[in-house]
Design a protein around this ligand. Structure first.
Ligand code: MEV
Length: 428
């Protein structure tokens, strides 16, 4: 039987105890567990091979979200994030979604877009026609660039040509190479192919190729998640389930119509997605860029998610966004903790990882909207925020929790009060 991601009391365990639960869940080796714990993670030598001018490594808290069921399978989700309430929120929302059968998620084939800009074309529409007529030749040339990827069933799939009749530098053609990158994020493969095509595209178009680079608006590689939460399950401390569900839909409606709210709403979605993207060694800037560009695809920036109430008593949520993540290449294999995080997730392909990410984003959105619609975000945030304020004031060990609790009790979560309490408790 598959292990369950519903682990009552996980929150109350020590970090060591949690790690051994996670280790057993995913069948991690000792060394993989140590990599997640940070004791055997990224060392200086390896860091020095990843980027330039290295002087050290930079740690973030790594938490594990529980309760996720996605397409009938249970996942423990590694999240690297500095913000309190993100991991707890995801776990809480996943538990709500679980009561409606968990998340369902789908994804497109891993098609990335490589852009090749062509300037100096006298008749761009005729050039477009000639380029499309030579589609097979262009695809064949692109496919000669990465025999490993084509051997795995990936490679160039299609050519599209866009015409900008006017631009600040005159008429412009943009060739889109659609490229199946399989389990890679794909930037290297696509950029290599785009660069290799330049002479051929110049020959066919009669123009001058300038930019050759992947697009982060990966809108051919979307991931989607769906969940249904029984309205009654949303009841919370004196708030009836119906009222919370209605409040969630009303909160979403503001994001749907207003970019000022949509930015915050989508930021909440990305709180969850980025944390997993970082934990698995993927490029979170690429995911952020794709998400926000996709949110603005109609010309007006809007919510990435959608929430409504069904006639049969469910709150129904969906999310769709580009998800250019990989399981091979980049830091996913080089960073020991990222490799172990991928093993913990147990995903078999980049598409499955993309589906998990969409579900986590939807869960994070549900957690934020539920809190906003019920007790407000600050109360849940405060307890964890208070710990950070206490630590920033210099508290260590058990004083962190004592000072935090006292500040929350008093309703004064401030650095001056933390410093005062620290002095009092240390007896100075
Ligand atoms: C905070 O990091 C994220 C939220 O602001 C998201 C939201 O407002 O939906 C709580």
């Amino acid at each position: 039987m598959e292990p369950s991601s519903r682990i009552p009391g996980f929150y109350d365990l020590s970090a060591e105890e949690r790690l051994s639960v996670v280790k057993a869940f995913a069948g991690l080796a000792d060394e993989e567990a140590r990599a997640l714990a940070g004791s055997d993670g990224l060392n200086l030598a390896r860091a020095g091979q990843m980027i330039e001018n290295v002087i050290g490594t930079f740690a973030l808290p790594l938490g594990v979200a529980t309760n996720f069921t996605i397409n009938g399978r249970d996942y423990l989700v590694p999240m690297a994030v500095e913000e309190p309430s993100v991991v707890a929120g995801a776990s809480f929302a996943a538990r709500l979604a679980r009561q409606g059968g968990g998340f369902r998620a789908t994804s497109d084939p891993p098609l990335m877009i490589g852009q090749i800009q062509i300037l100096g074309v006298a008749d761009p529409w005729s050039a477009r026609f000639r380029l499309l007529a030579e589609r097979e030749r262009i695809l064949a040339m692109a496919n000669r660039q990465d025999p490993v990827l084509t051997g795995l069933g990936g490679g160039a799939r299609d050519v599209e040509v866009r015409v900008f009749e006017t631009s600040p530098v005159g008429p412009m053609l943009v060739v889109h190479l659609l490229y199946d990158v399989r389990d890679a994020m794909g930037a290297n493969a696509v950029n290599t192919a785009a660069e290799a095509l330049a002479p051929l595209l110049e020959e066919i178009s009669g123009g001058r190729v300038t930019l050759r680079i992947l697009s982060n608006l990966a809108d051919r590689r979307l991931a989607r998640a769906h969940c249904r939460v029984p309205v009654a399950a949303l009841a919370h401390e004196g708030f009836a389930g119906e009222r919370v569900a209605q409040g969630i839909v009303e909160a979403w409606a503001l994001a749907a119509v207003d970019p000022y709210r949509a930015a915050t709403h989508n930021k909440g979605i990305m709180n969850g997605i980025d944390a997993v993207v970082i934990a698995t060694g993927n490029d979170w800037r690429a995911i952020e860029a794709g998400a926000h560009a996709y949110a603005a695809r109609t010309g007006r920036y809007t919510s990435l998610s959608h929430w409504s109430l069904s006639d049969d008593g469910y709150l129904v949520g969906t999310l769709e966004l580009p998800m250019a993540v990989g399981m091979v290449g980049g830091a996913t294999r080089v960073h020991p903790a990222a490799r172990a995080a991928l093993k913990l997730l147990g995903v078999g392909s980049a598409r499955e990882l993309a589906e998990v990410l969409a579900a986590v984003g939807l869960a994070q959105n549900l957690a934020a909207l539920r809190a906003l619609a019920a007790e407000g975000i600050q109360r849940g945030h405060m307890a964890l925020h208070a710990r950070q304020v206490a630590m920033a004031a210099g508290a260590t060990g058990e004083l962190v929790a004592r000072i935090a609790e006292q500040m929350v009790r008093e309703g004064k979560v401030r650095s001056d009060r933390a410093e005062e309490l620290l002095r009092e408790m240390r007896g100075v």
